[in-house]
Design a protein around this ligand. Structure first.
Ligand SMILES: N[C@@H](CC=O)C(=O)O
Length: 361
């Protein structure tokens, strides 16, 4: 790469936006050149804009703190100084869909953390290790939008990132039915215990829209390109229950799965240990070396101990055993704001850059 790619963060003041900032402050390929947010923050320095809401562990990175926040709706002005943008906004679906399309039509690739375009048929929904072949839809999307370099790529919901990777590695055995219960951290709702005290010593058995996403999104990720659309796979049928639990970060899933051809336990463990995806082959900067780590200890993975495995980008799995109703059951964990949100977005952008879909203007 001749020079670092200049990136804008649209929605840079929210919790996922803040994660993007911390991940990009020292990134070897990308540098933050613009931050955009609501009209309320526009005109302030980034440091001023997040003064009362910065919730990352370290301080605001000095150089980024000095960037003057732009109005996210002033699309042309934001696009002027960047090669591509990450988008993590807090708007209605319709507004988000329209805003992202405006950036793409202004010839600026959009890597989105939002759900608005996840089911637009020619928008790839990427987990870089699982479906990098879906990048091939981008030229068709560009043709629809009438652009040369702009496009939208999205990452899926955080809730699925714990259980879809281990199931993906078992696709050759034909998973037919999956029952999953997710135990989701409060940062998934953009909250800390300080601003959500009701979550201390409490469990809430409902997260709006989460079960539908958890059941449907994997089917697109495992889908195939037909004509100018990504068509969902029919199997496995997934039933999900999503529960909010009192942990800061980390989504844990308890999974039961039935297969068309039941594998042996050792075959499953071998597939998990041996897996290498495109990010590992390309040695992308944010890729975990080992996508899945299996624990033999019966009390792992644990949210607090294991969510940061391999920069918070690896998935930890444990408790693989026979299931009396299905074939097997196991537990899986991923970091929801790293692998599940900003980290997944950064890895997606690295894949897009390595494969030539994002380049310097
Ligand atoms: N919708 C998710 C976001 C992921 O972190 C949630 O509410 O947890």
């Amino acid at each position: 790469m001749e020079r670092k790619l200049r990136v804008g963060i649209v929605g840079g003041t929210g919790m996922v936006g803040q994660r993007f900032v911390t991940l990009l402050a020292e990134h070897p390929w990308f540098e933050v050149a613009a931050i955009a947010a609501s009209e309320r923050s526009a005109g302030k320095t980034y440091l001023e804009a997040v003064a009362d809401r910065w919730s990352m562990a370290g301080p605001v990175p000095e150089a980024i703190g000095k960037i003057r926040v732009q109005n996210a709706a002033a699309v042309e002005a934001v696009c002027e100084g960047v090669d591509f943008v990450f988008c993590a906004v807090d708007m209605s679906k319709d507004e988000t869909r329209a805003l992202e399309e405006r950036y793409a039509r202004a010839e600026t690739p959009v890597v989105s953390n939002n759900s608005a375009h996840r089911f637009t048929p020619d928008v790839p929904m990427l987990v870089p290790e699982i479906n990098p072949e879906h990048l091939a839809i981008i030229p068709l999307q560009r043709a629809r939008l009438g652009v040369k370099r702009g496009f939208i790529a999205v990452k899926p919901n955080c809730s699925i990132q714990s259980y879809v990777p281990p199931l993906h590695m078992l696709r050759e055995f034909g998973p037919t039915r999956v029952n999953v219960c997710t135990y989701q951290a409060i940062s998934g709702a953009g909250k800390t215990f300080k601003d959500w005290p009701e979550m201390i010593d409490n469990v809430i058995p409902f997260i709006k829209g989460e079960e539908e996403k958890s059941e449907q999104e994997p089917l697109k990720i495992w889908g195939r390109i037909e004509g100018n659309a990504i068509v969902n796979t029919a199997e496995p049928v997934i039933s999900a229950q999503c529960i909010r639990v009192p942990v800061a970060d980390g989504h844990l899933a308890a999974v039961s799965v039935a297969f068309a051809r039941k594998p042996g336990r050792s075959e499953i463990l071998e597939r998990w240990a041996a897996f290498k995806g495109r990010p590992q082959e390309l040695k992308l900067p944010s890729a975990p070396e080992q996508f899945i780590k299996y624990f033999e200890e019966e009390n792992r993975p644990q949210t607090k101990l294991d969510r940061d495995f391999d920069k918070g980008m690896g998935i930890t799995v444990g408790r693989l055993r026979e299931d009396p109703l299905f074939d097997y059951k196991f537990v899986a964990l991923s970091h929801n704001t790293l692998r599940g949100a900003a980290g997944g977005g950064v890895l997606t952008a690295e894949l897009l850059a390595a494969e030539g879909y994002i380049a310097a203007k």
